[in-house]
Design a protein around this ligand. Sequence first.
Ligand SMILES: [Fe+2]
Length: 198
Amino acid sequence: MAEFMHVRASVASVEQRTAAIEAAFDARGLKTEGALEQLEHAADEVWVPRNGARVVARAWTDAAYKRRLLANGRDAVLELGLTMPKHHRHLVVLEDTPAVHNVICCTLCSCTAFTIIGLPPDWYKDLEYRSRIVRQSRTVLREMGLDLPPEVEIRVWDTTADTRYMVLPLRPAHTEGWSEAQLADIVTKESMIGVARL
Ligand SMILES: [Fe+2]
């Protein structure tokens, strides 16, 4: 026990570890200055669910775009001026229908198409969600506030390093005649993960 306590006490704090990493970068002449700020800026301003919302709104209003999106998601989002990291080699867009509801997860960790739908919420990274959504999808969705009728089939898609997913949610019936911008305003990150309907 004493030995265990000793080991625990010797673990460096987050600040100490960050400082050690910065020192290692500095020693190799690599600049860390500003990198963190850039990352924070990207997370807050660039990798936002508004990107995916624009994609969804376009697909709802432009049948030819939707066909391209479903055939090759990556090319279709680039068409709208959005970006994806090189290692996100495929973006698979999963179209909901009245009979089929799609939901995504990453059972290994926390992968998402984050440049398109935004960074994963904390619950998405939680072992509870990752382990239960596959086997108890209907129950987990109900617990998260989405109570699907029993006749709706639920399909769960497990993200990998190079294949990312987004859900193309059903367009709500009351939005007929809305502009693309109005439509984009109602599309949420949760609906593109598949834990909510619109
Ligand atoms: Fe992951």
